[in-house]
Design a protein around this ligand. Structure first.
Ligand code: AHR
Length: 501
């Protein structure tokens, strides 16, 4: 049996959680839109063709924000193709994913879908193959009440009230050679700066996210962020981070250590933002938008076999294991531990494409393993993150040293009378006994201990067996005054909820 000690104190907080930390992402890619959120003719389809069963699973996740329409897709997208009468919309050869985009769903329909899902749209503009003018026109189309050509056009399309989209991405992964219209940091920084000015002149209430590096191992990482912010510091509010993690080596200890990679990534980007702020003697702190994060590797092989140029082929459909859910839990804990700097994060993606929700065309929808840690964190991870001292045994793995075998964070709920501990026991051999001092927080009682555990790391949920990996309640936690003790099963995601006595 391993032992861990935790300590929190009311006076030491990380900060309040921005609800947008639990955002997600829908791209025109594979079956995310067509066959995912939208399937006219499906028994669950509503009057607009949106699947009610999918909407229900999305609403349960309380996703406050959904990034759209890409992703790599956005760098070839003409948003004008997706508005107006459907019968006039063109089919386009989509170069990022080599499919045919029929434009059955566009800006207006997606805004309606997001409203039904209880989420705001985080809109990305095309700064790959297009530029400032088209981006500024889209802001007017979406946000102007009317009285100018683009907003009048929206009204003529049947949307009389503006969508009022508050958060916009200035392109996507512009540092990546795979991107349509890939740019150098200086080219992109200038374009982002000028586009941001025009977009904010069209609507001064919007916030903007500049593209950071596509991942931490990009050759231009850190110098890209510095150069982009040198150009655009005054105009933008956030810089983006993207990261996908793999267990292709089938090495669970090394895989679960990857939350340390996310932690280092966040610290490094925050340091670059602060460097530029200091250099510019600026007052504004640039915050982080971790707008693509997840596990992604299962589908790489099968995607190579998909023939190009069809509509909505089953691309990027990772089937997530129980092991993946553990890492997703650790990544959520890492994001919460940086809630002072990471204000926006998007689990990439939401339906079918590297997603917590899967659908069968014409059939049911179900929850993948990773649905559950996200559900728990989004449901109970709002409020104030408390600095959580973790003293747990450490291990070394292939790529990491001194990996804590316990990831943990406490969040005090918005009303102050609910305290939630999220914890992942990464030890593959033993249960962990946890002893937490809740210094100065008063007396508590445990109301619930939820656990996601499974004796097979590669267990998955599927159409035939949708509940193979699902959380269950256990009774292995007790609070005595201001001390919490618990036993966490080997390799488990845990949520321990306490109420003030
Ligand atoms: O989420 C899938 C893809 O991953 C996105 O289109 C791109 O931005 C990233 O490389």
């Amino acid at each position: 049996m391993k032992n861990a000690r935790l300590s929190i104190c009311m006076d030491f907080t990380v900060g309040s959680v921005d609800p947008r930390l639990f955002g997600s992402f829908i791209e025109h890619l594979g079956r995310a839109v067509y066959g995912g959120i939208y399937e006219p003719g499906h028994p669950e389809a509503d009057e607009q063709g949106f699947r009610r069963d999918v909407l229900e699973l999305v609403r349960a996740l309380k996703v406050p924000l959904v990034r759209y329409p890409g992703g790599n897709f956005v760098s070839g997208y003409r948003w004008e193709d997706g508005v107006g009468p459907r019968e006039n919309r063109p089919r386009r050869a989509e170069l990022a994913w080599r499919t045919i985009e029929p434009n059955w769903v566009g800006t207006n329909e997606f805004a309606d879908w997001a409203a039904k899902a209880g989420a705001e749209v985080m809109m990305a503009v095309n700064l790959g193959s297009r530029g400032m003018k088209e981006a500024r026109n889209l802001v007017e189309y979406c946000n102007f009440p009317g009285g100018a050509a683009w907003s009048d056009l929206r009204q003529s399309h049947g949307w009389t009230t503006p969508h009022d989209i508050k958060l916009w991405c200035l392109g996507n992964e512009m540092d990546g050679p795979w991107q349509i219209g890939h740019k150098t940091a200086d080219e992109y920084g200038r374009l982002a700066c000028e586009t941001a000015k025009a977009m904010k002149w069209a609507d001064p209430s919007i916030e903007l996210v500049a593209c950071g590096s596509s991942h931490k191992n990009m050759p231009t990482f850190a110098s890209w962020e510095a150069a982009v912010l040198e150009h655009a510091y005054e105009q933008v509010d956030y810089i983006s981070l993207h990261a996908y993690y793999s267990n292709a080596d089938n090495d669970i200890a090394d895989f679960l250590a990857r939350s340390l990679d996310m932690d280092t990534f966040i610290r490094s980007v925050a340091a670059v933002c602060d460097y530029v702020q200091a250099k510019k003697k600026g007052k504004k702190q640039i915050h982080l938008s971790f707008d693509e994060w997840n596990v992604w590797y299962h589908s790489h092989g099968q995607d190579k076999k998909i023939a190009p140029w069809s509509i909505a082929p089953p691309q990027v459909e990772d089937v997530y294991t129980f092991a993946d859910a553990l890492l997703v839990g650790s990544l959520l804990i890492t994001l919460l531990r940086h809630a002072d700097r990471v204000k926006i994060a998007c689990l990439a993606q939401l339906v079918n494409v590297i997603a917590p929700i899967m659908t069968a065309t014409g059939g049911p929808a179900w929850c993948q393993t990773i649905y559950y840690p996200f559900l728990h964190a989004s449901s109970w991870g709002r409020g104030t993150v408390l600095q959580t001292q973790v003293d747990a045994p450490k291990y070394d793995s292939r790529h990491f040293t001194d990996v804590p075998s316990l990831d943990a964070v406490f969040v005090l709920g918005e009303t102050g009378d609910i305290l939630t501990l999220f914890a992942v026991n990464k030890d593959g051999q033993e249960e962990m006994t946890l002893n937490a001092s809740l210094n100065g927080l008063g007396n508590w009682r445990v109301t619930e201990h939820l656990v996601l555990a499974h004796d097979q790391l590669d267990a998955v949920n599927s159409l035939d067996n949708p509940n193979r990996v699902a959380p269950r309640r256990i009774s292995q936690a007790q609070a005595d005054g201001d001390t919490l003790t618990a036993r966490l099963p080997s390799l488990s995601w845990n949520v321990i909820r306490l109420a003030k006595v």
